[in-house]
Ligand binder design. Sequence first.
Ligand code: G
Ligand code: G
Ligand code: MN
Ligand code: NA
Length: 250
Amino acid sequence: RMLERDLRLALQHDEFAVYYQPIRDLAGDRIVAFEALARWNHSLRGLIAPNNFIPVAEETGLIVPLGEIVLRKACMDAAGWPEDIAVAVNLSPVQFKNPNLVASVKAALEASGLAADRLELEITESVLLQNSEATLAVLHELRGFGVRISLDDFGTGYSSLSYLRSFPFDKIKIDRSFVTDLATREESMAIVRAVTGLGKSLGIVTTAEGVETDTQFDLLRQEGCTQAQGYLFSPPRPAADVAKMLYKAP
Ligand code: G
Ligand code: G
Ligand code: MN
Ligand code: NA
């Protein structure tokens, strides 16, 4: 397939960049982490968003080398940031089928010198749907050397609640779809309230995604959500802009 061949060439030619979106702590009112998001810097088509290539990368298995590139770049970049700033990297379910996943995470940490507790790995519950015994073993192994594990896109799948019982996640990321209509739909407000409450009871950090308005931000703070991320603060931006994001007036 055309796109598959393009992806292979792009990997060879190092056409993938990592963009970073800040994650703010609501109580401390400061940036505490950045989420790493892949971008394809195509020679002819310009910057391509992940929705246009991650699915093909997953179907073809190319997400394994691509994921490793993102992980390595993210750890390298984060190693140059202040020590209290973490980096969050998305992991595809396909990467969990790779027996070298744990070794490649360790290698990325060692090559960069980044402390393991500054790396957060984001997984969706679809990761836990497949071969969950083996997956849980991998998650425990990663956690064992200090890496943090986040449950991404929370609330959009089939049985999120049971996953909270199967693994002690460090963080729940409340899906953007609940944040979008937070101010206008009582159901979304009730769901966000329930998830932040659940996080508090379980001692798990909650991060709201897709925060775009001051009203959403105020409601999230009022509900005691721990962190927030979204266009209100910043879109994902290149690594070279991280210092600007950290030090600009709030
Ligand atoms: O950056 P953007 O908002 O367009 O990302 C769209 C989707 O692509 C999100 O669901 C995000 O999790 C996913 N994505 C972005 N970068 C990566 C990556 O490096 N690895 C994986 N597996 N998914 C990614
Ligand atoms: O699935 P994941 O949470 O990893 O996806 C993050 C995606 O959400 C990225 O593609 C990012 O560009 C996008 N995103 C980040 N903040 C906002 C926002 O405030 N609004 C919208 N619509 N998308 C956002
Ligand atoms: Mn994510
Ligand atoms: Na998400």
